[in-house]
Design a protein around this ligand. Structure first.
Ligand code: ADP
Length: 475
């Protein structure tokens, strides 16, 4: 296992670094989103204010400059004053006064609204506005005291002119607290003056103002969302890449551990054998000498094989050049099994075959294809139990020839299945294994099958066994 300067395993340090990075990225994103949301909200409020001010201006212009509107307003003011005069001097009750005011509202509003909407059309705002006048309080001033005629709450004011709408959806255009007086002659021809104070507000309602304001912010909103998506994408891509790199680094560390382990044994044996060759008792016994030479030879071959394996797989082996030839399926497979059996004579291995259909011509690079099949067969033994049973079945369907090789070995846990064809990949990575290997066998096999335009798949159940199925085209 590789260790960091502080004595912690590298993969652990890396994992912690990646976790920290993910947390930092998520927090940064959250902070960024919050700031963005805050800025957008502020812009929204500003735009809303600007929009409402713009509308207010247009309305004020109508209110102040359009003669007919001004006249209608004034006329209403006149009626209001008269009614209040009647309340003060002709015995109209408070309720009657309010009722009368309400009656006037209908006739005035009709004319007023018509005028108002006509004027609005002229200012070409592009959206609908409703307007109304509310009264909040009416007081009659006496030299002695103040007489409160009516007081209305902010939520439920007295609507007296215009077009009614919900108070919650209204904006104040202007408010007025006017104090004035009105003089008229009573029945006896005596001049009487009522002095009063009224609190009114002009309120407006803009239909769909939210849609309009949001519409004006569309470019900003779209830009922000795109930017955010881009940053999320960037984070995602970077972290994914980092995890991938970590995986590659882990695999390389494993490989170095494995190859060191693999090289040590033959080298140690070579060392001992060479030393023993120098011993006089070995020199004198031709049999012992021969034996030691055999050991040297075997270990040398093993080292050679190991180095060859590493070289083939590390030096641009992706571009395999095939020397194809035609072979008859049954003959090729049976010969292959016979050759393989020879090399595993000393082990408890049994083969069953079912070559169906026979006499199919396969166009393959026999040397490479045999190596690929032998890698699978070797694994069946390496990862097998005491007695190994290997079954080989073949099938032809739709111009594709399938070879299935099953064993009764230890099997491969499901989570490792997608990776076993990867370069240097070994199950239980991170440890030096009981079973020797470099994680190159299946990688090489897949390269060879790919070069034949074939496919290789694996199914496995831990403790029950593994099945590899290879298909190649027959034409
Ligand atoms: P190596 O055998 O050198 O480790 P391979 O590429 O041949 O490399 O195999 C990759 C991994 O797949 C092995 O480490 C082993 O764990 C698993 N494996 C391959 N074949 C079998 C099998 N028949 N039964 C169980 N495990 C297998």
């Amino acid at each position: 296992m590789a260790y960091s300067a502080r004595g912690l395993p590298y993969f652990w340090v890396m994992q912690r670094k990646i976790n920290t990075l993910i947390i930092t990225a998520v927090l940064t994103l959250l902070a960024m989103t919050s700031i963005q949301a805050y800025l957008i909200y502020n812009t929204y409020e500003l735009k809303k204010d600007a929009f409402i001010n713009e509308t207010k201006k247009a309305i004020s212009r109508i209110d102040d400059e359009t003669e007919m509107v001004v006249e209608t307003s004034e006329l209403w003011g006149q009626v209001f004053s008269e009614l209040l005069w009647e309340y003060r001097f002709k015995g109209l009750s408070k309720n009657q006064f309010i009722e009368e005011l309400k009656k006037e509202k209908d006739s005035f509003s009709r004319a007023f609204n018509k005028l108002y909407q006509e004027e609005l059309k002229k200012s070409d705002l592009g959206y609908e506005i409703k307007f109304k006048k509310n009264i909040y309080s009416i007081m009659v001033m006496d030299s002695m005291q103040i007489d409160t005629v009516a007081i209305f709450s902010k939520e439920r004011p007295l609507f007296v002119l215009g077009d009614d709408f919900e108070e919650s959806q209204a904006y104040t255009i202007s408010q007025a607290r006017w104090q004035t007086d009105y003089t008229a002659l009573d029945a006896d021809g005596i001049e009487k003056t009522v002095e009063f104070r009224v609190h009114t507000r002009d309120r407006m309602n803009i239909s769909e103002w939210q849609r309009i304001v949001l519409g004006r912010m569309a470019a900003l909103l779209a830009g922000s969302v795109l930017l955010l998506l881009f940053v999320v994408g960037l984070f995602y891509y970077s972290i994914k890449n980092l995890i991938k790199q970590k995986k590659v680094a882990d695999v390389k560390t494993d490989f170095i551990n494995n190859i060191t382990h693999e090289l040590k044994t033959p080298l140690a044996t070579l060392g001992i054998a060479t030393k023993s060759l120098k011993k006089p008792e070995i020199k004198q016994s031709p049999e012992a000498f021969e034996n030691t030479l055999n050991i040297l030879d075997r270990q040398n071959t093993r080292l050679q094989k190991l180095i060859d394996q590493v070289l083939t797989n590390s030096l641009g082996s992706e571009e395999l050049t095939l020397k194809k030839e035609q072979v008859v399926d049954e003959e090729y497979i049976m010969n292959g099994i016979a050759d393989f059996s020879l090399s595993v004579q000393d082990k408890n291995v049994s083969f069953t075959t079912s070559i169906e259909p026979k006499e199919v011509l396969l166009t393959i690079d026999t040397f490479l294809f045999t190596t690929a099949l032998f890698n699978i067969l070797e694994n069946a033994i390496k990862y097998g139990k005491e007695s190994v049973a290997i079954a080989i079945e073949t099938k032809l369907s739709n111009d594709r020839y399938e070879i299935r090789i099953s064993d009764n070995g230890v099997g491969i846990p499901r989570e490792h299945l997608p990776s076993i064809f990867d370069k240097f990949y070994r199950v239980t990575s991170g440890n030096v294994h009981d079973v020797k290997g470099l994680g190159l066998g299946l990688y090489y096999t897949k390269q060879v099958i790919d070069a034949h335009q074939g496919t290789i798949d694996v199914e496995s159940e831990p403790d029950r066994g593994t099945t590899f199925s290879i298909t190649i085209p027959t034409n």
